[in-house]
Design a binder for this molecule. Structure first.
Ligand SMILES: Nc1nc2c(ncn2[C@@H]2O[C@H](COP(=O)(O)OP(=O)(O)O)[C@@H](O)[C@H]2O)c(=O)[nH]1
Ligand SMILES: Nc1ncnc2c1ncn2[C@@H]1O[C@H](COP(=O)(O)OP(=O)(O)O)[C@@H](O)[C@H]1O
Length: 223
């Protein structure tokens, strides 16, 4: 079993369960989850130069330009040199993958494949707690009390880019941009693809793959 520090990437269209799978990996294997969407939303809230640049894209469900998102994510990765991590939502374009390589080539890439109709349904049922990034789903993992975060009791919101107008555009853009990224990682032999309509069915395979790379800190979780 490898004893080196693991740097892993999780790829997949919006709604494919990257966040859900990353949370489970983080819990089971003690890896820190770094989410590009989360970093971006924090920059938006902070309202600095980068946040202002990015806002118009996020609100329309479009990919933020490479130089903007790369600046945000690489700054976070540079703070964590020598540490293991799990990157959620980055890279999404070949330019971003090349920028990541300049910092660190990922050891393992997990790619999630979920049918388009399933993605559309899931995104429109997703509600989030903005302050923590906790994600709920009306059907899959509803909060204990409707519309309210389980831990803080604060209200949940629907992200602007999960509203139906933004969803189809996001899914189209994702597909176009992701193809060369997957080809790059496939050619390096680090890409592992998982297909299905349910995260609970995909998860045991992802768990087994991770176990072949690093020891779990917690026994397998069913949900
Ligand atoms: N119905 C259903 N919803 C799921 C499943 N897996 C994740 N979700 C929900 O689908 C939405 C998108 O998942 P998320 O992990 O945020 O995906 P991401 O956009 O790829 O990070 C969230 O509301 C999740 O709670 C599943 O297997 N079935
Ligand atoms: N790597 C990235 N490149 C470009 N834009 C990004 C990237 N990561 C996040 N974004 C922007 O942030 C939004 C939210 O991303 P994220 O939280 O990862 O959610 P999702 O997986 O549902 O798209 C995206 O729709 C996009 O506008």
């Amino acid at each position: 079993m490898a004893s080196k520090v693991l740097r892993a990437v999780v790829l997949g269209p919006p709604g494919s369960g990257k966040g859900t799978v990353c949370e489970r990996i983080a819990r089971s294997f003690g890896l820190q989850r770094l989410s590009s969407g989360r970093f971006l939303r924090e920059s938006l809230r902070a309202g600095g130069e980068v946040g202002v640049l990015a806002k118009q894209y996020v609100e329309r469900g479009l990919l933020v330009p490479d130089h903007v998102i790369t600046r945000i994510v690489t700054a976070e990765l540079e703070k964590r040199q020598g540490e293991p991590w799990l990157l959620d939502g980055f890279p999404r374009t070949l330019g971003q993958a090349e920028a990541l390589d300049r910092i660190c080539e990922p050891d393992l890439v997990i790619s999630l494949h979920v049918p388009f109709e399933t993605l559309k349904d899931r995104l429109s049922a997703r509600w989030v707690h903005p302050a923590s990034g906790r994600v709920y789903n009306r059907d899959f993992n509803p909060p204990h009390v409707h519309g309210v975060d389980d831990l803080t009791g604060e209200p949940l919101v629907q992200r602007e880019d999960d509203k139906p107008e933004a969803v189809a555009a996001r899914l189209r853009k994702y597909k176009e941009a992701a193809k060369p990224v997957m080809e790059l990682y496939r050619s390096r032999g680090v890409l592992h693809s998982f297909s299905g309509t349910e995260t609970n069915k995909i998860w045991p395979y992802v768990y087994a793959l991770l176990c072949s790379k690093i020891p779990p800190v917690h026994a397998e979780e069913e949900d």
